[in-house]
Design a protein around this ligand. Structure first.
Ligand code: SAM
Length: 326
């Protein structure tokens, strides 16, 4: 299996690659239908206690920092819900300012006010906290392993590899729709490492996968490291769809940052999700996890998807009709 995935990951534009994408697409259609799900992301804090070498909001980066007030976060979530989005994603650096109680309060208020599935992407917390967040109303949680190669993980992420992996497994056992994923193009990473990521996620009950190319970012230790391969990212989407047929898999903003068209190409390789940004403008400029991060706007995205003949969820279509946008 590993050798076959490595072969597929390395494919360049060719009839074999077209066959891989066609198969991934058919598997996506058979298992998840035609709908492209739109998730609304709110980047509520760029404070981070971690020092991941790839990331523009790492603790030692001298960037302007912000924290949204709980009221502002809830308001942004309710605004996103009014647009009919399929899930509200709360994302931040790893910021202990938002204590367990503050997070529980935010989740509960969004659950009541927005009436949408809530997904967390807030880095590592204790298993007890994740249990409480689930009880408060969060149903999905993204904690990308970034790489299952422990040596590379340690070099780029700095935190404890065993803890990260065991937390991801905890999320599955707590009943979350748990999200993993990796960065394509980390230093010393091989196609074998990426194949291992896919096999790991398949074997551990991961049902959401975020895979993006590495984007070099100024004033980080990896600022001169080359951008990750878009071709390999797309191939990884297709392989992941074959390995986990019912996966929720976004075509990522990082891929769209290399080239906007590439993000839409993700849908040809088995993706069925796109994330649009509902972070208030004044904060969004400062949430620079990597340079030139693409602004993925709701209306622009919907327009592009409909232009390409994609099917959107009932709730997005209903909201658009109410606004007389379709
Ligand atoms: N702090 C949380 C965590 O680490 O899980 C969530 C926020 S973190 C900024 C979101 C994701 O951004 C990470 O999982 C990582 O894969 C991605 N990311 C950060 N810097 C990146 C870069 N330079 N290129 C590509 N992806 C990057």
């Amino acid at each position: 299996m590993r050798e076959e995935i490595i072969y597929l990951l390395k494919l360049k534009d060719s009839p074999d690659r077209k066959a891989l994408f066609d198969l991934a697409n058919a598997v996506r259609r058979d298992n998840m239908g035609e709908t492209i799900f739109i998730k609304g992301i709110i980047e509520f804090s760029n404070y981070c206690k971690r020092d991941c070498t790839y990331c523009g909001i790492r603790a030692s980066c001298k960037v302007k920092r912000y924290r949204m007030e709980p009221d502002e976060i809830v308001e942004a979530a309710i605004d996103a819900a009014k647009h009919g989005i399929d899930t509200v994603i709360l994302q931040s650096g790893e910021d202990p300012f938002y204590t367990t109680d503050i997070m529980i309060d935010i989740i509960k208020r969004i659950k009541i006010g927005a009436k949408k599935p809530i997904s967390l992407s807030i880095g590592e917390r204790t298993p007890e906290e994740f249990k409480l967040f689930k009880e408060a109303g969060a149903s999905k949680c993204l904690l990308k392993q970034e790489t299952v190669n422990p040596r590379i993980f340690k070099a780029v992420h700095g935190s404890d590899y065993e803890i990260r992996i065991s937390l991801l497994k905890t999320l599955v056992s707590l009943g979350y729709i748990a999200g993993g994923g990796d960065i394509i193009g980390l230093p010393d990473q091989t196609p074998g490492d990426i194949a291992d990521d896919i096999i790991f996620m398949r074997d551990n009950g991961i049902k959401m996968v975020g895979i993006g190319p590495f984007i070099p970012t100024k004033n980080t230790p990896l600022e001169n490291h080359p951008v990750g391969s878009a071709d390999m990212t797309l191939n990884a989407y297709a392989c992941t769809r074959l390995a986990i047929p019912n996966v929720l898999m976004p075509t990522t903003t990082a891929l769209g940052t290399i080239d906007e068209g590439l993000q839409y190409k993700g849908f040809e390789a088995g993706c069925n999700v796109i994330m649009v940004n509902f972070t208030p403008d004044k904060y969004r400029q400062v949430y620079r996890i990597y340079d030139n991060k693409r602004k993925v706007e709701f209306y622009e995205t919907v327009h592009e998807l409909l232009k390409r003949g994609k099917k959107l969820s009932f709730s997005v279509m209903k909201a658009l009709k109410e606004e007389e946008m379709v």
